[in-house]
Design a protein around this ligand. Structure first.
Ligand code: ATP
Length: 342
């Protein structure tokens, strides 16, 4: 029996609590079977936390992540326009989780227009227009500062090439708009070029972001690892989710040098929240990334196999991917597949 892993758990809001409960139950079951155990430290964040503690990110939550160094997080709603600033962005900046790692891969048996997709988006997570430096210069004229640094661009490019090397990927594309933003995106591109020279065995190419959107729809198979700035990474992630069946599927890891927060690409999906319709696959696959990060590969493999068996069978799929199964029954199907694989 390995040590008990202390993990900070942020269920979030919207569909967050529903998908988080399902995922925790699956991790507990798989862990019991494979000899991994978890001590969950549960915290609210965002509007729910504010109502209870008067803080959007409670101090105890920061302390818990500092101590545990690993968190599993559901989506937290960011109000559009006024209100509080994004909790997701706040946590990424606070813990300097500079790399957002998002693997996009088809699930077996799930028919989509694009079979055989297997790419990784590496999104810079702390800079760009997400710096939150906005002012109303004079009434009717707003300004938002786009921050791109040599340090930030170099470390994300290195992360992307290291990932390409580790996962034996064939190519790295950097995605930019340096033809228009010659100084900021130009700096990002210069850093990528410099880093690429240190990895001569990995072919490197550059695509402008608008062309990339078209290319992803016409021929997504040409991409393997995409490294890009924060905003382009956000948009391309949703686009790539659509290639493999939607936002309910794609996992993510926010990685820094000290800690890691694992969360799905999707948001809080207010349109289906509280209805038992949400697909927990994206958070479950994020949890699988987390298990590999904490060296619990056997539990990760068992869950991934059970999940894939449910998709391959195709009888217990949620509504977003063409089925009619609810969140709870989907979770039960994964648990049954885990049990059946014994
Ligand atoms: P944000 O900008 O907050 O990151 P988003 O662009 O990722 O949000 P969502 O709020 O997640 O958008 O939802 C977009 C659409 O995808 C909605 O129609 C929602 O119902 C659907 N969706 C997102 N996640 C899931 C899920 N896990 N299961 C089923 N449908 C989902």
């Amino acid at each position: 029996m390995s040590e008990t892993h202390r993990i900070t758990l942020i269920p979030g809001d919207g569909i967050g609590p529903e998908v988080t409960d399902a995922v925790v139950e699956i991790l507990e079951a798989a862990g019991k079977r494979e000899g991994a155990s978890f001590d969950w430290h549960r915290f609210d964040a965002g509007a729910d936390a504010f109502a209870k503690t008067g803080e959007y990110v409670p101090k105890a939550l920061y302390e818990s992540i500092e101590q545990n160094r690993v968190a599993l997080k559901g989506p937290v709603t960011t109000p559009i326009g006024g209100g509080f600033s994004s909790i997701n962005v706040t946590l990424r900046k606070k813990f300097d989780l500079y790399a957002n790692f998002r693997p996009v891969k088809n699930l077996p048996g799930l028919e989509t227009k694009y079979p055989g997709i297997d790419l990784i988006i590496v999104r810079e997570n702390t800079e760009d227009l997400y710096a939150g430096l906005e002012v109303m210069v004079v009434p009717g004229v707003a300004q938002s500062l786009k921050i791109i640094t040599e340090k930030g661009s170099t470390r994300i490019a290195k992360f992307a090439f290291e990932a390409a090397r580790k996962y034996r990927r064939k190519k790295v594309h950097s995605v930019h708009k340096a033809n228009i933003m010659k100084i900021s995106d130009g700096l990002f591109l210069d850093c990528c070029r410099t880093v690429a020279k240190g990895y001569p065995e990995i072919p490197y190419a550059e695509h402008i972001v608008d062309n990339t959107c078209m290319q992803l729809v016409m021929n997504p198979w040409q991409y393997d690892v995409i490294v890009t700035e924060n905003l382009y990474g956000d948009i391309l992630s949703d686009l790539c989710s659509g290639l493999i069946g939607g936002l309910g599927l794609v996992p993510g890891a926010n990685l820094g040098t000290e800690c890691a927060i694992f969360e799905a690409v999707h948001g809080s999906a207010p349109d289906i929240a509280g209805k038992g319709l949400a697909n927990p696959t994206a958070l479950l696959q994020s949890a699988v990334l987390m298990l590999r990060h904490i060296d619990e590969a056997a539990t990760a493999d068992a869950i991934q196999m059970a999940l894939e068996a449910v998709y391959a069978e195709g009888k217990s799929l949620t509504r977003d991917v063409g089925g009619s199964t609810g969140t709870g029954a989907f979770k039960d199907a994964v648990l049954a597949a885990l049990e059946g694989a014994k």
